[in-house]
Design a protein around this ligand. Structure first.
Ligand code: IMP
Ligand code: MG
Length: 181
């Protein structure tokens, strides 16, 4: 479907399921080579990354652990800085290569909070994989190790990403239509 409606908004087809699968496959191919011999734990960030994680991990042939976590929507304050808390992470990360799986990185604030807290668990190394990166909006200097697509600073939905909680189950990724008035 080239055009969909969710609640009050119209979206146009942006990335087809075929294109997405092709990129996911090439990320998996790189990981299978580059992470060989590492003691890997993949950590998917819920809810958005569930579909990317499932498709990617089916193509990973490494012996690796897999876990998921959530980032709290409310912000706690520590030393005056607002930090989103990680929820549901019970694994021992010491001596592991952690690979964080994200659906989308926008300004980079969320991934900064995640990285800061993951590093507190003393893993050997942390790598970041994101399906989508809004390059123009990205303000962090954290290196993203694996990126599926660099996309414009526009709202997208589908393949795990939601608008008001809807659209996560779509196979394609759709972009919000610009409103011309
Ligand atoms: P950041 O902290 O600005 O990098 O924002 C990252 C988070 O914002 C993602 O994990 C998503 O939950 C949400 N987000 C950013 N852009 C979009 C979008 O285009 N569609 C859906 N969610 C988005
Ligand atoms: Mg996310």
């Amino acid at each position: 479907m080239p055009h969909i409606v969710i609640a009050d908004k119209e979206f146009q087809l942006y990335l087809s399921a075929e294109k997405i699968q092709h990129q996911v496959e090439s990320i998996a191919y790189r990981m299978n080579r580059e992470l060989k011999g590492h003691n890997v734990i993949f950590i998917g960030v819920l809810n958005g990354a569930f579909m990317f994680a499932a498709d990617l991990l089916k193509r990973i042939h490494l012996e690796a652990q897999i876990s998921f976590m959530k980032v709290s929507s409310y912000c706690g304050t520590s030393s005056g800085i607002q930090v989103k808390r990680l929820i549901g992470l019970n694994e021992d990360l010491k001596g592991k290569t952690v690979v964080i799986l994200e659906d989308i990185i926008d300004t980079g604030k969320t991934i900064e909070d995640i990285l800061f807290q993951i590093k507190g668990f003393r893993p050997t190394e942390v790598q970041i994989a994101t399906l989508l990166l809004k390059k123009e909006a990205y303000k962090s200097n954290i290196n993203i190790d694996y990126t599926g697509f660099e996309i414009p600073d526009r709202f997208v939905v589908g393949y795990g990403l939601d608008y008001m909680g809807y659209g996560r189950n779509l196979r394609n990724i759709y972009m919000l239509e610009e409103v011309h008035s």
